[in-house]
Design a protein around this ligand. Sequence first.
Ligand code: URA
Length: 188
Amino acid sequence: QDQAAALEAFRQQICECTRCPLGQTRQRFVFGDGDPGAGILFVGEGPGEEEDRQGLPFVGAAGQLLTKIIEAMKMRRDQVYICNAVKCRPPNNRTPAPEELAACAPYLERQIEIISPRIICVLGRTAAQALLQLDSPLNAMRGRLHQYRGIPVVVTYHPAALLRHAEWKRQTWEDVKWLRREYDGTEL
Ligand code: URA
């Protein structure tokens, strides 16, 4: 309805963006995907190779793990919304530069305004820095409720980090169980 139309209008307005150098090297602009009226918003870092090819967020290996995490939360991927701090792939999947994150920040801000989620799950330190203007190690950001414009924010590991460090999965599970409880009281 309203949110879907507003989100689609906004996508059309920004999808040819060249405000930062990533606009020169991308294949596809990766706006975001999911339910425009979702109660839970996941925010990642930026598109990787597969996302850049398909124009959709979290469709590569890390994305498959994110899908499993969402399903372990007893939700479906199409019930949440998923986007990234930057909408275009950084070459060789390098970390987005501060200027790139800053150039793209108003887009994330507007998406959050339209979707108006009840809770935000930030995946990894880069996205947390972009959204919360925090500069602490990821572990210092975990385990407490942050706020973004009055919306509660939970920070956890990025799924790509979990592919390299399986030993962090247990803590991630604690984080998302807590997220789900904060969201609607469901105990996983
Ligand atoms: N990693 C991210 O941060 N975002 C994606 O969309 C895919 C992988």
